[in-house]
Design a protein. Structure first.
Length: 215
């Protein structure tokens, strides 16, 4: 086909330009379909033939916040919508008990990955010094507040904790999420939660686990 002055005109691609309404690679020449070539939101689910969608470069970005991808369903249902993903770091600190616990600021950064309403945390912190710590100890600074939903299936979520170079003998240490922190406790027949006196200068606390959030 010839063009006036050998210049191919730029024409917006709309649904009426496609015979059966399906936009396929076979119906589009060597030209890429870009936003500049599509007029009036012509490309809709009704216009796209049964085929996989491949993004060769760039990212898929929603124009409005709070949107997500519905997985495994053919309709928009909240239970099947993945609407949040985030990864980053958070700074741990101590709270509760008596005395004081000082964290080495070179070893107080932990990582997190949030997928939907589940937050995965991992890392370790190193204690630089203590001053007669005792009683219940909490690690605060969580990147997202744990869920406030009631019920044993949502609250008191388990977080794996391990002490290295403890100040004194310590059994299996575990953690559970509270309103905004992780409570450390030593597992035992008495349900002992007082682990403050087990922490000393040089103690390393390794943390790993997941918890639910309402964020």
């Amino acid at each position: 086909m010839g063009y006036l002055g050998n210049v191919r005109p730029t024409i917006a691609l709309v649904a009426d330009d496609i015979a059966d309404g399906a936009i396929t690679a076979a119906k589009i020449g060597a030209d890429a379909v870009t936003s500049a070539k599509i007029a009036d939101n012509a490309v809709t689910s009704a216009n796209i033939a049964d085929a996989d969608l491949t993004l060769t470069s760039g990212d898929f970005i929603f124009g409005t916040a709070g949107k997500g991808v519905c997985l495994g369903v053919t309709s928009n249902t909240d239970a099947n919508t993945l609407d949040d993903y985030e990864e980053g770091t958070w700074t741990a600190s101590f709270a509760g008990g008596s005395g004081s616990v000082t964290i080495n600021t070179s070893y107080d950064l932990l990582s997190y990955t949030k997928i939907g309403n589940i937050v995965h945390i991992s890392g370790r912190i190193r204690i630089s010094s203590v001053s007669s710590p005792s009683g219940e100890i909490y690690i605060s600074g969580l990147p997202f507040a744990p869920t406030t939903a009631t019920g044993e299936d949502t609250q008191h979520q388990y977080i794996g904790i391990h002490f290295r170079s403890a100040a004194s003998d310590v059994g299996a240490v575990s953690g559970q999420t509270g309103t905004s922190s992780i409570q450390l406790y030593e597992a035992g027949t008495t349900g002992n939660t007082a682990v403050g006196d087990k922490i000393g200068g040089g103690t390393i606390i390794m943390i790993g686990g997941s918890y639910r959030t309402d964020s």
